[in-house]
Design a protein around this ligand. Structure first.
Ligand code: GLN
Length: 454
């Protein structure tokens, strides 16, 4: 994998930091265990992995794709990182991402965009474009992403890889640099459903260091992926969400999605149309809630505690240093979100904006509850379009935001959702993703369907 990285990184730019020596050392330690007849730490011991640069790892920089954190080395491992290391996975490096995970194309990285290995003039999705591109370019067989509104699933979809957003609260957020705390969730990225399930079980599980971590058994995703692999779907009810199709969806995406639904029917699933009317409000509500939480979370980058500090001389007040640093350190999209969020939370506007968005969130949750009363899983395309061109949406934030139209509802409800490849678009030959959504803590349902389909 290190050779492959050397060969393709100049074109793809999936990584922000690569530590070959550390990776080789970790691999050697696994070899020594094997040679000495010691049991492997996990089924994934010795397997290389790419880690999104929003999770801390001791001895390596964590930049979150931002100049604000350039050169910052965290003094501790994220719980996810620690579990990976304890399971013997070999971490190759940290992957590129939209600054502080805000974006759908990885073009908001302060360190330059990642390119889609399917077509180097196109985006690999975002914010976790680096992790998805590393898989698609065969630089790593496994990767970790984080998903706030779609940042694992949408990059998975546009790179033809598997991306999983676990149920909120089942993977620890300790050491995951916060963007929108009530939505952020780390999850596995892989090229097959079983690989994703194996990685899922390594990183999931209760963590007392995260106050929102759920103290419940990890959903049995590996068993589901194995069981599903050669099984049919008889007796399973699959809901097709009416609202997640139609205007704005590319014909090539809709055709591949319909073919996937037909295949689920052939496997024995009963297909039902399900309406979730408040999903139409999910995108605008998300763009109030996520920026509100972001404006609060990013207040910690105050030039005093981490990374960058600009204009720190005896002539300036702390406040001036703070604003100079934030002016220089944050990119345009991050500033846009901080301003949106600060406005939405300001007194007099709080109820009208943030309060209303929270009510919409409840309506979305109720739509899911009603739908899951009728069906076992819900399906939709993962994204309305295939990978768009680099630069195509950078001047149009709304067009960029629409990339997450289908992924945001599950994020708002905290449910489990995953994306698997479902063929290529007949229009442009690029990968299309099938999204499978399950109720909270029923992550294994999605894996079972995905494995049967795959
Ligand atoms: N693209 C969405 C946003 O910009 C989602 C990002 C994410 O999931 N981290 O907020």
């Amino acid at each position: 994998h290190l050779d492959r990285i050397d060969a393709v990184e100049p074109a793809v730019h999936a990584f922000l930091h690569i530590d070959g020596d550390r990776a080789l050392q970790a691999a050697k330690a696994v070899d020594e265990d094997v040679a000495a007849g010691r049991p492997a730490a996990s089924p994934l011991a010795g397997v290389p992995l790419a880690l999104k640069d929003v999770l801390t790892m001791r001895g390596a920089p964590t930049t979150c794709g931002s100049k604000m954190l350039e050169g910052w080395e965290p003094p501790y491992d994220a719980t996810v990182t620690l579990r990976l290391l304890e399971a013997g996975l070999v971490i190759l490096g940290k992957t590129n991402m939209d600054e502080f995970a805000m974006g759908s194309s990885t073009e908001n990285s302060a360190y330059g965009p990642t390119r889609n290995p399917w077509d180097l003039d196109r985006i690999p999705g975002g914010s976790g474009g680096g992790s998805a591109a590393a898989l698609a370019a065969f630089e790593a067989p496994l990767a970790i992403g984080t998903d706030t509104g779609g940042s694992i699933r949408q990059p998975g979809s546009v790179t033809g890889t598997v991306g999983v957003k676990p149920t909120y609260g089942t993977v620890s957020r300790y050491g995951l640099v916060a963007f929108s705390s009530s939505l952020d969730q780390a999850g596995p990225c892989a090229r097959t459903v079983l690989d994703a399930a194996l990685l899922h079980e390594v990183i999931a599980g209760h963590d007392p260091l995260d106050s929102t971590s759920i103290d419940a058994p990890v959903p049995p995703v590996v068993a589901a992926a194995r069981e599903g692999a050669n099984a049919d779907l008889k007796g399973l009810r699959v809901g097709v969400v009416t609202e997640l199709a139609g205007e704005g969806y590319q014909p090539g995406v809709l055709a591949a999605f319909e073919a996937a639904v037909a295949q689920l029917r052939e496997l024995g699933a009963e297909i039902v149309e399900v309406s979730c009317p408040s999903f139409d409000l999910a995108l605008p509500a998300y763009y109030l809630i996520a920026p509100s939480e972001c404006s609060s979370n990013l207040a910690r980058f105050d030039a005093m505690r981490y990374g960058l500090r600009v204009g720190d001389d005896a002539t300036r007040s702390a406040e001036e240093v703070m604003s100079l640093t934030r002016e220089a350190g944050f990119g345009a999209e991050v500033k846009r979100r901080i301003m949106l969020g600060t406005y939405a939370l300001s007194s007099g506007y709080y109820d009208a904006y943030y309060g209303s968005a929270q009510k919409v969130r409840t309506l979305i949750k109720r739509d899911f509850d009603a739908a899951f009363g009728q069906v076992d899983v819900l399906v939709s395309p993962t994204t309305p379009t295939t990978a768009f061109g680099i630069g195509e949406r950078t001047d149009d934030p709304i067009a960029m935001y629409r990339a997450d139209l289908c992924t945001i509802p599950s994020s708002m409800a905290g449910n489990a959702a995953l994306s698997i490849p479902c063929g290529l678009s007949a229009c442009d030959g690029l990968p299309v993703g099938l999204q499978i959504m399950s109720p909270a803590l029923q992550d294994h349902r999605g894996y079972r369907v995905a494995a049967a389909y795959e």
